[in-house]
Design a protein around this ligand. Structure first.
Ligand SMILES: NC(=O)c1ccc[n+]([C@@H]2O[C@H](COP(=O)([O-])OP(=O)(O)OC[C@H]3O[C@@H](n4cnc5c(N)ncnc54)[C@H](O)[C@@H]3O)[C@@H](O)[C@H]2O)c1
Ligand SMILES: [Zn+2]
Length: 367
């Protein structure tokens, strides 16, 4: 268990610890002992992750534990009420009690779905995250947002529900497909932009080697990002203020994702494109100077994400329509997160639609 670090997320009685390390699965059962009040564990995962890691996690438990596992089909479609129904039935059939623990072993889809089950089954049972994608490690496993999609919108049904423990094992990133790795990099770069200029500069320096998934190089970066997200959600657990800056690039990004019906473009890829748009608007409003704009763009471009090839390309009006619709469904305001420096962002009310259009053009010009 060398190179293990932990971060305490201080949320009063909902506080929990995030353990970050390299090859630390053997310790899972010992960690659970700290909060488990019975010996029932239900692992929810997905086949690609199960192939690599399920046995390892199950092996950590002695025979007195009742350990069951369920592999939901891979993909965003599994984040549904229908899948939740299956999982409730599975837990009931296995006589899972109020004191049981759910382990979410997988990427953000599994974290959100299994978290939602933990939040609602018997009005809430223990939840432990073992995030296996880079995006889940640095973002979705921290902060307590859990939920499923509705046919009329993404993440519409859900709750704030904090886990009892998160174990982020860097060694799993070696098997993560490159495209998924880039998605995690999207959120990592976002933290550099909005919160930590030193992180950003460090990423600029390592940009040629970082995409090789080297655990030694990744550990400090993942650690710092978890620290940043924990700090932000500790200050603003239910997103009434500061937490909103985490949406940098997301208003634009969601519009791209939604245009491709959550199929052609993954969330992290959409965020990378969305940050380009937000950079453009920040420059147009003179919040950042040209050199900062160029540095920002260069780092994003290193990730080599573009709109999906093919004739089905959005135009400005498609995208503006989606932004308006999103706002209605989520009762959002006309707020954009914009950059004021490398490492600092603020929320700016933007009523002017042409400004949004200029943002989108930053991506459409080339696409
Ligand atoms: N709750 C939050 O705060 C929050 C924040 C951001 C995103 N999200 C949600 O997260 C989801 C996206 O998460 P994601 O990007 O992790 O996608 P994902 O969960 O679909 O995982 C990506 C892919 O990688 C595979 N995979 C994961 N870990 C692996 C590993 N170690 N080795 C090999 N394959 C592996 C998965 O099986 C899947 O095919 C979206 O539903 C989004 O809404 C939630
Ligand atoms: Zn995101």
């Amino acid at each position: 268990m060398e190179k293990t670090k932990s971060i305490f997320v201080d949320l009063n009685e909902r506080s929990y610890t995030i353990v970050i390390g390299d090859d630390i699965y053997n310790g899972v059962a010992a960690y659970i002992e700290h909060f488990a009040n019975n010996r029932q564990v239900a692992i929810i995962t997905t086949p690609p992750v199960a192939n690599f890691y399920l046995k390892k996690v199950i092996a950590a438990f002695q025979s007195e534990w009742q350990v069951i596992s369920y592999q939901v089909p891979d993909g965003e479609e599994s984040k549904s009420i229908a899948m939740a129904q299956h999982l409730y039935s599975w837990l009931i059939r296995n006589h899972f009690e109020r004191k049981a623990t759910i382990i979410a072993l997988g990427g953000g889809v599994i974290g959100d779905l299994a978290g939602f089950i933990a939040a609602t089954y018997l009005r809430g049972i223990n939840l432990m995250h073992i995030p296996t994608s880079l995006l889940a490690q640095v973002d979705s496993s921290i902060g307590g947002k859990v939920g499923v999609n509705h046919s009329l919108g993404k993440n519409i049904i859900g709750a704030f529900y904090q886990p009892r423990l998160v174990i982020s094992d860097i060694s799993v990133l070696t098997t993560l497909p490159q495209e998924e790795f880039i998605c995690g990099m999207g959120e990592i770069i976002k933290y550099g932009f909005i919160y930590d200029g030193d992180l950003f500069t460090g990423l600029e320096k390592k940009v040629n080697t970082i995409n090789q998934h080297n655990p030694d190089e990744l550990l400090p970066i993942v650690h710092r990002c978890i620290e940043i997200k924990s700090e932000i959600v500790t200050k603003d657990e239910r997103e009434s203020g500061l937490r909103a800056i985490l949406n940098f690039g997301h208003t634009f990004g969601h519009a791209f994702e939604s245009f491709y019906q959550y199929q052609g473009l993954k969330h992290g890829q959409a965020v990378l494109l969305g940050m380009k748009c937000a950079l453009e608007v920040s420059r147009k409003l003179d919040l950042i100077a040209e050199p900062i704009f160029k540095r920002g763009l260069a780092l994003i471009d290193h990730m080599q994400v573009e709109l999906p090839p093919g004739i089905n390309k959005p135009d400005i009006n498609d995208l503006l329509k989606i932004v308006k619709h999103d706002k209605k469904v989520t009762q959002g305001r006309n707020n954009l997160v914009l950059l004021t420096a490398i490492g600092a962002a603020k929320v700016v009310p933007v009523e002017d639609e042409s400004l949004l259009a200029k943002g989108f053009e930053a991506v459409l010009r080339k696409g």
